[in-house]
Design a protein around this ligand. Structure first.
Ligand SMILES: [Ca+2]
Ligand SMILES: [Ca+2]
Ligand SMILES: [Ca+2]
Length: 252
């Protein structure tokens, strides 16, 4: 072996050993991320599409959304998302400003994200590849799925799973009519905790992670907006990039 080929071999060994180090772990959650605390509601939330319960007023509100695609737009529509829980349900509330509301379909488990939707992705365990997706259109249709992993085949294979969630929405505007100017819509979701496995029940010590998202199609944009609750710095997998999700703590 010449000195030159020896150097090349050493370089190859170095590169291969580093590729080995990059093999994906189940959930390499980044440290020091801000934690979202889910308040426990002492009274049941009425699922009517209106977030007027006192409990919602006391819930932590996510107002900072980041543009995933396209690269830049002059103005983002306001989006507010909140989570609550009690012994039976995980509640999710969304309020979306939207000047052109469009629900793609009213059939559950259709690819609703081809129109306006709000989304919750939630990953209960760090030592498992599994996670859940909940997508709701302004008309209240839902796509939900439990993925055993990111690589097992997403909606085509796992969309048939149903959480049994209760959903209501309220529109301030008209659905699928681009000739008027809408104000927005709200969505209220109650996901039964039984939808999650017995190994994945909320508690004050559970370390779940989550992201909230939104697609907004509008007559006002060149391209539909994809919004996410965390910066897109290295979001290789789009909304499925659970390594970037926000840690979540259930308050008792
Ligand atoms: Ca819209
Ligand atoms: Ca489903
Ligand atoms: Ca409209």
């Amino acid at each position: 072996m010449t000195r030159r080929s020896g150097k090349i071999l050493a370089c190859l060994i170095y590169l291969l050993s580093n590729i080995g180090c990059q093999i994906e772990q189940p959930n390499e959650i980044k440290e020091n991320l801000p934690v979202y605390r889910v308040r426990k509601t002492p009274t049941p939330v009425v699922i009517d599409g209106r977030l007027d319960e006192t409990a919602w007023q006391g819930a932590n509100t996510i107002t900072q959304f980041y543009l995933f695609r396209p690269v830049a737009v002059p103005h983002l529509p306001a989006t507010r998302a909140r989570l609550l829980w009690d012994s039976q349900y995980l509640y999710v509330g969304f309020e979306c400003d939207d000047d052109d509301i469009w629900s793609y379909s009213d059939v559950n488990d259709d690819p609703l994200y081809q129109g306006d939707v709000v989304e919750l992705f939630i990953k209960p365990r760090r030592d498992s590849l599994a996670y859940y997706e909940f997508v709701v259109a302004p008309n209240g249709a839902i796509y939900d799925a439990h993925y055993p992993s990111r690589g097992a085949g997403l909606s085509n294979r796992f969309g048939k799973w149903n959480a049994g969630a209760r959903i209501a929405s309220a529109l301030d505007g008209t659905d699928d009519n681009c000739h008027d100017d809408d104000q927005g819509y709200t969505v209220e979701i109650a996901i039964p905790l039984t939808a999650f496995s017995n190994l994945e029940q909320p508690s004050s010590s559970a370390e779940w992670t989550f992201g909230v998202f939104r697609y907004d199609f509008s007559k006002s944009y060149v391209d539909p907006l994809m919004l996410m609750s965390f910066p897109q710095a290295s979001a290789r997998h789009g909304f499925h990039d659970y390594e970037q999700y926000t840690p979540l703590r259930f308050d008792e």
